[in-house]
Design a protein around this ligand. Sequence first.
Ligand SMILES: CC(C)(COP(=O)(O)OP(=O)(O)OC[C@H]1O[C@@H](n2cnc3c(N)ncnc32)[C@H](O)[C@@H]1OP(=O)(O)O)[C@@H](O)C(=O)NCCC(=O)NCCS
Length: 188
Amino acid sequence: MRAELEPRPADSPPRLSVQPMSHADVRAVTHIEALSFSASWPTSAFSSELSDNKLAHYFVGRDGSGGDLIAYGGIWVILEDAHITTIAVHPDWRGRHYGEQMLVHLIREATAGGASWLTLEARESNHVAQRLYRKYGFSVVSTRRGYYSDNGENAVVMWAGHLRSELYRKRLDTLAAELENALDVDAS
Ligand SMILES: CC(C)(COP(=O)(O)OP(=O)(O)OC[C@H]1O[C@@H](n2cnc3c(N)ncnc32)[C@H](O)[C@@H]1OP(=O)(O)O)[C@@H](O)C(=O)NCCC(=O)NCCS
């Protein structure tokens, strides 16, 4: 559970070990969710996504030693379109490339599932997430006014397109290689 996590030891591997989310993960995921979002999904929402939504693909990330669950993310893949429904890293473990590793995994899963377009919503004030998405070729295509019911904040809708094109694949490979280098530096 997130609240029981200690800060990552200096020698802990920086690579995220990503696996499909299982029902056994939902409690820990919901805990990170509550720490990450003011309008958070309850346990039942994740359970129902895992049980009932055939379009949904959810993943969890553990620190490289296979230990604590520290990140998660999900996509829906609907033919050529995919939607990032959620992504979060435990607050104690942010800024260490875990979110980026999860995003790369989600993008690769979306393209492997046949998607050419990937969309998501982010709070207008969530500059950290928007910066991460921009790095991976997402741009803002519209604003949904008052989208978030907890405080009436606007959502920005972001898209990345032509994911299966040579151009995007090269861009993703280059970014993933740079990420690998950064992880090697972190590990040294
Ligand atoms: C968004 C989130 C998943 C990013 O995960 P993270 O592990 O902290 O981020 P990373 O260390 O992988 O950083 C990847 C990129 O994110 C951006 N970023 C991360 N931390 C940042 C910060 N403090 N300020 C600005 N940009 C930041 C940068 O673009 C960074 O790339 P760079 O290192 O090349 O500059 C994480 O902050 C989180 O869980 N936030 C709460 C939940 C949330 O907002 N989810 C998104 C909903 S739309």
